[in-house]
Ligand binder design. Structure first.
Ligand code: ARG
Length: 581
């Protein structure tokens, strides 16, 4: 690590939540990130959002689980094809594979009917919504209060309009003689109104809910139209407001900020403000559930639902999914008042850091990621030299080896098949450790795996991250003890390296004055970043850079998130998947 004197660099960090009053008169700042829109994200983009518990994330897309891959806990559920499933997750995964079989009711099938219809005067696709619940004998209207595009989208999908609702209708003129109506609340992802929760109410002044479903001849808003990934057109004013107007969430996934009443996740998405501090993780970056102590948790009184709360069931299933332990130090060592870069590391500070020894010297760093696996740079290792490497964990100073030190031999080296030694593209390799004995696993005392990021949206430019290693000092001086320094993730690195920098595969990090940088010998070692909950992710692998510590040439790292699937193919999905399993 090249360490010159340390100067404090102030970086302006803008806070995620932006409050912008949106009035029809003034044009709000455009919150949509066009470059991101081109990537066509939807509710199935697991780089942006979590998959449903009946889905898993493969290659950046949520795909259906097979029913047997669901947690076993739960109660029986009935689907519209008359089949009883033993859990909600199993029913939903079956539905995901066979969309004609939808949710009908909780409990085993009884033969009772659920029906949604529109009472219309004009077009077939418009009217007042009537539902006949399994739990009730007759059809009822839906109350206007609480009726929004979120529920309207579900109603229209249920009625066979795949793009959902164009708009909710004003129903003041409707002279219904009903004395009661049903209040409905949906999350917005349901495929049938039967999955939403209903309560019975007296209609208030607002009357009954109406909807115009979105059809082929629904015209796009005259000016300022936003095209959803599913093809629906909505008003541009409805993008980035936390409401899933599109139905596929594509209007909320590429946002540089959010309108009033919605929360901006660091990953660039807008979620309803009610999701903040509600006990469920909604932002992949975890920021909706961070710093909740001060936040008054709205003490929600559960009304008397007529129907079971399937949203609560969905959350319950999530709690049965396997969890992974990574990126959390066993004990947090000596608290520092200020973070100062370029410091000597202490025992336990970097429990995932390993050293790779070849012959008499430490040639590279590496990172423990769980099981028997170390991640390093491809340029650090050769497949046919596997048995000549030694991996050292919990090492601080290699002149004065500490007692916690673990020494492991190498079973095999896997180099990325597209590694290019000239351009340093795909500079990533896996080292499989030999088990210390036949019946033991590879677990090394005092060693903790770093988490593998599954999405390139987990950390943004200017985030402060940490590099560590036994690499050379500024004057090429040898270093015997582990050093670390704080660096910023750098945006637009092609400004520095032009065509040598490949945005998708590489990430740059450094300080404004270049005082902290990786250097010869640090290669293969970690660039780690901590999320809002202090979980540590391996964001980059020390790969290359022009000289060391030149402000005009920051360090370049292999972008680990881009290789999540490659890593999981070799080490197994369950070893590194924290979510979407
Ligand atoms: N390739 C170097 C190594 O083998 C790492 C260089 C990193 N350089 C830099 N300026 N960040 O150790």
């Amino acid at each position: 690590m090249k360490l010159v004197h340390f100067t404090l660099v102030l970086v302006c960090v803008s806070f995620g939540v932006s409050r912008l009053p949106v009035t029809s008169g003034s044009v709000p700042r455009d919150l949509v990130d066009e470059k991101c829109l081109a990537e066509k994200h939807t509710h199935l983009s697991c780089n942006k959002v979590f998959c449903q518990p009946w889905q898993k994330c493969i290659g950046g897309t949520c795909i259906c689980k097979l029913p047997y891959q669901c947690p076993k806990n739960g109660t029986a559920m009935c689907s519209t094809n008359g089949r009883t499933f033993s859990t909600y997750c199993q029913l939903k995964s079956f539905e995901c594979l066979h969309p004609e079989a939808r949710f009908l009711s909780s409990g085993p099938c009884t033969g009772k009917e659920f029906r949604v219809s529109l009472q219309h005067k004009g077009r077939d696709s418009e009217g007042h919504v009537q539902v006949k619940l399994v739990e009730l004998e007759e059809s009822m209207y839906i109350c206007q209060d609480g009726w929004s595009l979120t529920q309207a989208n579900v109603a229209c999908r249920d009625l066979g309009y795949p793009l959902g609702a164009a708009q909710t209708l004003d129903t003041s003129s409707f002279p219904a003689n009903s004395t009661e109506c049903l209040h409905v609340s949906c999350r917005g992802i349901e495929t049938s109104l039967a999955e939403c929760t209903f309560t019975q109410r007296k209609p208030n002044a607002q009357g009954f809910a109406g909807v115009a479903c979105y059809t082929d001849d629904t015209s796009a808003p005259a000016k300022g139209s936003f095209q959803c990934v599913n093809g629906k057109h909505i008003s541009r004013r409805k993008a980035c407001d936390g409401v899933n107007d599109c139905g596929d969430q594509s209007d909320e996934l590429c946002c540089t900020g959010c309108q009033d009443n919605s929360f901006h996740c660091k990953s660039g998405i807008c979620i309803p403000r009610q999701y903040r501090c509600n006990g469920e993780l909604d932002c992949i970056t975890g920021d909706d559930e961070a710093d909740c102590d001060g936040e008054a948790r709205p003490c929600q009184e559960k009304p008397d639902f007529l129907t079971p709360d399937m949203d609560a069931e969905r959350q319950r299933i999530k709690s049965f999914l396997p969890t992974l332990s990574c990126g959390v130090k066993q004990s947090s060592p000596s608290r520092r008042k200020r973070v100062v870069g370029g410091s000597p590391a202490h025992k336990g500070d970097f429990p995932w850091q390993v050293a790779i020894r070849y012959g008499d010297s430490i040639t590279c760093g590496g990172t423990y990621i769980g099981g028997c696996w170390i991640l390093t740079a491809a340029h650090c290792v050769k497949v046919n030299k596997a048995h000549q490497y030694i991996v050292l964990a919990s090492l601080i100073d290699w002149l004065k080896p500490n007692s916690e030190l673990s020494v492991r031999y190498v079973n095999k080296v896997i180099i990325h098949e597209n590694y290019n030694g000239t351009t340093y593209q795909n500079d990533i390799a896996l080292i499989e450790l030999k088990k210390p004995s036949k019946h033991k696993d590879c677990q090394m005392p005092e060693t903790v795996p770093a988490c593998i990021p599954w999405s390139p949206y987990l950390f943004q430019p200017n985030h402060k991250c940490i590099i560590s290693g036994w690499g050379r000092e500024k004057d090429n001086e040898r270093v015997f003890s582990l050093k670390w320094g704080q660096v910023n993730l750098i945006h637009n690195c092609s400004n520095f390296y032009q065509r040598r920098y490949h945005e998708k595969e590489m990430v740059c990090a450094g300080t404004q004055d270049g005082s902290i940088d990786a250097c010869k010998g640090d290669s293969g070692g970690p660039l780690v970043c901590q999320d809002v909950n202090n979980v540590t992710y391996l964001w980059g692998i020390v790969s290359w850079g022009e000289n060391c510590g030149k402000p005009e040439f920051p360090g370049v790292y292999t972008k680990v998130a881009n290789y999540f699937d490659w890593i999981s193919q070799h080490v197994g999905r369950s070893l590194i998947s924290q979510h979407n399993v």
